[in-house]
Design a binder for this molecule. Structure first.
Ligand code: ZN
Length: 150
């Protein structure tokens, strides 16, 4: 598949994140980890999150996969670092809802930072799983972390 149908600006942002992913390393001090894969494309992500005082103090990922999955993980880590757990959960919900074709207001989508360009991905149904993989890993980490607090 080519990304030609995406507008040029969006394509450049995605390709830049994929070529130079942000926060791509193992985070030794992580308090939570999640591993997810997307067998339909071969994407894999290991997400490492340091949660402190109910906040995402630090976040990083390792793994491999297609341009969309790598760019998405890079954008996701940029978007949620420093956010509270409820804020991060809301962002994950906005992203996955939009990717599934549910309408959200522009103001809500704007919270996603660079990741908002990937909400255009619903024009490519085959790539939705690539785009949402990192956000699903984040959701899993947040849910597990909340459960442990009980
Ligand atoms: Zn993929």
């Amino acid at each position: 598949m080519s990304l030609d149908k995406l507008n040029t600006l969006y394509r450049e942002v995605i390709l830049d994140h994929a070529a130079n992913p942000h926060h791509k390393y193992k985070l030794d001090k992580a308090t939570e980890t999640a591993h997810l894969d997307n067998p339909s494309c071969g994407d894999e992500i290991d997400l490492n999150v340091l949660i402190k005082d109910n906040k995402i103090e630090d976040i990083a990922f390792t793994g491999h996969g297609c341009t969309i999955s790598q760019a998405s993980a890079s954008m996701m880590t940029d978007a949620v670092i420093g956010k509270s757990m409820p804020q991060a959960m809301t962002m994950a919900k906005i992203f996955t809802d939009v990717a599934l074709g549910k309408q959200k207001t522009k103001a809500k989508i704007k919270q996603l930072g660079d990741a908002q360009v990937l909400t255009q991905i619903m024009s490519f149904p085959a790539r939705i799983k690539c785009a949402t993989l990192a956000w699903h890993a984040l959701t899993q980490v947040l849910i597990e972390s909340e459960t442990q607090d009980d």
